[in-house]
Design a protein around this ligand. Sequence first.
Ligand code: CMP
Length: 140
Amino acid sequence: MRQRTLCLIKPDAVNRNLVGAVLQAIEAEGLHVCALRMIHFTKAQAEGFYAVHRERPFFDSLATYMCSGPLVACVLEGENAVARYRTLMGATNPADAAEGTLRKRFAQSLEHNSVHGSDSPESAAGEIAYLFSTCDIVSR
Ligand code: CMP
């Protein structure tokens, strides 16, 4: 099934000039970039993006980190894009991530884990709508 998913290249990765390396891995996997922008979240915007984690003990620290510098947001498109991009990212905690995955290669810690990806087609739709308007997205 052809799907879209949201990718964030987080501030730790942007800060270390890893945008190109992440995008190269995404394109090598055969996923298509169909929208891309750089964003510097305010605290309120970061809290809104991660609202599903509002009750978690790490929420405030996560939101503070996510507005500490610019990030890159991309919409990815392809067959089974949600699951394929999650496999490419690897486990949330880089200590558990498989060899060759983005988080194994680039992440610094559980919080500074370099990339985000939607966890379902439904959350992808909400996350994409939070950051992009329809006319920003070019179907591939
Ligand atoms: P992400 O895939 O963006 O989804 C939520 C983020 O919260 C996650 O990546 C991590 O950056 C962060 N996170 C998840 N669990 C923890 C935790 N236990 N402590 C700190 N940060 C966490």
